[in-house]
Design a protein around this ligand. Structure first.
Ligand SMILES: N#Cc1ccccc1NC(=O)[C@H](C1CCCCC1)n1c(-c2ccc(Cl)cc2)nc2cc(F)c(F)cc21
Length: 233
């Protein structure tokens, strides 16, 4: 019995994460802009760097609210942020695309992204991921916790104190497991499928530098923050 129930302290813990996730939302202006008109590859790239830059700032604020994160070794805090920023961006983008929109909007949005300037070869892996996230119909709490679980991945490059990160990730995974059972009672494998998406997310990590440098335009410009976070320039 007690295995399934979300305890009082887990509820409080989850509230901190979900409130912070909701508070640190980028206004959905990216979808409004993309739905308004088809931009050139140059304009889309600038929009991407703007969105990605504010996404990193939002990610830092969200991460600071994860209970225990600020008591980690400072260099490990940086390593976790650097290691998860791209995945958090694709996870956020997938969640934006899987948001319920008026009829036809999702198709237009997809079309605009397909023609945004990204090289053809990356479309399939990217949209496969977006589709697989969409099919999960995650509730907001699951989205927030999945993002937190992604950030607190112990085996990121340069993380020194793995056990300390695992100790933070474990309670997160426990609450997420209970949430999945609660919101998807008829899908006992839902939690496992959710975590499987994190593996797919890592493969996108692998593509992202090429996605940016092969954007259909010459000499892409990056903000200093993105040069830090993305392995570019
Ligand atoms: N960055 C970022 C970010 C942060 C918060 C919310 C959405 C974000 N995504 C974005 O802005 C980009 C836009 C930027 C303009 C040109 C077309 C893509 N994006 C990406 C996409 C991110 C990266 C890389 Cl290499 C390729 C694609 N997949 C999207 C899916 C969506 F449904 C969506 F609306 C936007 C999406």
């Amino acid at each position: 019995k007690e295995k399934a129930e979300i305890t009082k302290e887990q509820q409080a813990f989850m509230k901190v994460i979900v409130d912070s996730y909701n508070r640190h939302q980028i206004p959905q202006d990216v979808t409004k802009k993309l739905l308004q008109e088809q931009y050139s590859a140059e304009e889309n790239f600038i929009l991407l760097t703007e969105m990605a830059t504010s996404q990193v700032q939002v990610l830092v604020e969200f991460t600071k609210n994860i209970p225990g994160f600020l008591s980690l070794d400072h260099e490990d805090q940086i390593a976790l942020l650097k290691g998860s920023a791209v995945e958090a961006m694709f996870l956020r983008s997938a969640q934006v695309l899987s948001t319920k929109m008026p009829n036809g909007h999702t198709e237009v949005l997809e079309e605009r992204i397909r023609n945004s300037g990204i090289s053809e070869e990356f479309m399939t892996p990217m949209f496969n991921f977006y589709k697989s996230i969409g099919k999960l119909h995650m509730v907001q709490e699951e989205q927030a916790l999945l993002t937190a679980v992604t950030i607190l991945t112990p085996d990121r490059p340069f993380v020194k104190d793995h056990p300390a990160v695992e100790r933070l990730q474990e309670p997160m995974l426990e609450v997420l497991r209970k949430l999945c059972a609660l919101h998807h009672p008829r899908e006992p494998q839902y939690f496992a499928r959710l975590l499987g998406r994190l593996t797919e997310l890592r493969t996108l990590n692998h593509y992202h530098t090429e996605m940016l440098t092969s954007w259909r335009m010459n000499d892409q410009k990056f903000t200093p923050l993105l040069c830090e976070i993305w392995d570019v320039q």
